[in-house]
Design a protein around this ligand. Structure first.
Ligand SMILES: *[C@@H]1O[C@H](CO)[C@@H](O)[C@H](O)[C@H]1NC(C)=O
Length: 327
């Protein structure tokens, strides 16, 4: 049996290594905070300070937003207007479904098939923002984000995105110069990541949404980009909730469904779920092992719970699990 346990452990390690290798970037995202790329509050002029105009303005003064059509719902008109009014010298572009498709067809025809094929409209709304930032540059803002102050200080960085807690970056407020390498990556990899997952929320997050962008961001930073290619990070305190923050976040995510509640529940119970996952995984491996290896050596049959080493140790009596299992 000792040899059996050794084989079992080796198999487990191989399978686990394979699994960990597969999700390595996701695991890295849990520990990477992006602090080395932070846009520090100390380097940001106070709202309305004269120092703002002395900073370089690399990003073009364009605000991009997306919606189905021109009829913005009443609850988003306030945030939308706050951004327009605080930026009278900026061009304002609202990317409706029709305009977005025309733009992709005209400027990025290689992407049109993927764009049209997305099962969820929010995937098109995610994708279009990377393309317009790559093409025109400017600042993309979700409609549920209002502007708390002028975004001028953020024009000084070639590209920036916003950090989310506890992991990764968001795609709801981002700025870039045209043709920045990060957004080139973000548009380039979209077809590769166009996969369907069991839940719509995961499909959207991983194919075009914040999770997709976070994975691209992680891969991009591994290549140690030059100073002008660096992606700077806006942290939560500079994003929302303080007098010096740039945005005011309004509730109203239009596409969140029931599976979101499940995901959020899973996120807040991830430790117990990980333990359960490992336990179930080990049990399955043990079953496979005892079915194919032990059974051949001992003429035993199938996976028996009583063979589980963990179970043996806990149980005092040999409960008739075998029989029940065979039924
Ligand atoms: C815009 O889209 C909304 C939501 O689908 C719809 O209710 C509304 O009628 C549309 N407005 C126009 C002008 O097409």
């Amino acid at each position: 049996m000792r040899r059996g346990v050794a084989i079992f452990l080796v198999t487990t390690i191989v399978v686990l290594s394979f699994a960990v290798h597969h999700v390595w970037t996701l695991l890295e995202l849990l520990v990477i905070d992006g602090k080395e790329d932070a846009i520090l509050r100390a380097e940001l002029p106070a709202p309305d300070s004269a120092a703002i105009s002395e900073r370089p303005q690399l990003i073009p003064k364009i605000i991009h937003q997306t919606y189905i059509n021109e009829s913005i719902p009443a609850h988003w008109v306030g945030p939308q207007q706050s951004c327009i009014e605080k930026h009278p010298d900026y061009e304002y572009k609202l990317w409706t479904d029709r305009k977005s498709r025309e733009f992709i067809a005209a400027e990025y025809p290689w992407f049109l098939e993927t764009f049209d094929g997305y099962p969820y409209p929010i995937q098109r709304a995610d994708a279009i923002r990377y393309f317009v930032l790559h093409h025109f540059g400017g600042i993309y803002i979700d409609l549920d984000d209002g502007c708390n102050r002028s975004l001028d200080p953020l024009l000084a960085y070639p590209a920036w995105v916003r950090k989310t807690n506890p992991t990764g970056i968001s795609n709801d407020a981002m700025g870039s110069v045209p043709r920045h390498k990060f957004f080139l990556n973000a548009i380039d990899r979209l077809p590769d990541y166009n996969r369907r997952w069991p839940l719509p929320y995961i499909t959207v997050m991983a194919s075009t949404g914040p999770l997709y962008l976070s994975v691209i961001w992680r891969h991009y930073n591994k290549l140690r980009p030059q100073e002008e290619d660096r992606v700077r990070i806006l942290f939560p305190a500079e994003y929302n909730g303080n007098t010096w923050s740039f945005f005011t976040h309004h509730l109203g995510n239009s596409w969140h469904n029931n599976d979101v509640k499940l995901i959020f529940w899973m996120a807040s119970h991830w430790i117990i779920l990980t333990v359960i996952g490992f336990t179930v995984g080990l049990a399955v491996l043990w079953c496979i092992y005892s079915t194919f290896v032990v059974a051949r050596q001992t003429n035993g049959s199938k996976c028996k719970y009583t063979r589980l080493p963990f179970y043996r140790r806990i149980s005092t009596k040999d409960i008739e699990l075998d029989d029940r299992h065979e039924v």
